[in-house]
Ligand binder design. Structure first.
Ligand code: ZN
Length: 112
């Protein structure tokens, strides 16, 4: 099993960087980058195993977005039940006062 894949970015081979230059004199090319295969916790499923950069990942996602969302289409919104939000006043030790509205999920034990 090889320890790399070719970057799946559709335009990876169009980026003008020195590390992509391959070939012999007179027939040089810009080549798609190799992507090292990461192992271990979560890295095995990281997109960095298929793409050399966020840019290449975004190019791929933007090119194929219709097919990507078809994998898990969403026709209804998802909802997370929460407790009724309560505006809360805070005062710091140096006299600053601020407010926030903590959002707590229902059914999650927040006792310490
Ligand atoms: Zn790439």
């Amino acid at each position: 099993m090889s320890d790399y894949k070719w970057c799946h970015g559709p335009s990876c081979h169009k980026s003008k960087t020195q590390d992509r230059i391959r070939g012999s004199k007179g027939s040089k090319v810009l080549r798609t980058r190799k992507v090292k295969q990461h192992q271990g916790y979560q890295l095995g499923t990281s997109f960095y195993n298929w793409f050399c950069s966020n840019g290449c990942y975004n190019d791929f996602a933007n090119t194929h977005v219709e097919r990507i969302v078809a994998i898990a289409p969403r026709h209804e919104p998802l909802e997370t039940p929460i407790e009724d939000p309560v505006k809360t006043k805070h005062e710091t030790s140096y006299g600053h006062t601020y407010y926030d509205v903590p959002i707590k999920e229902k059914g999650v034990d927040t006792a310490e």
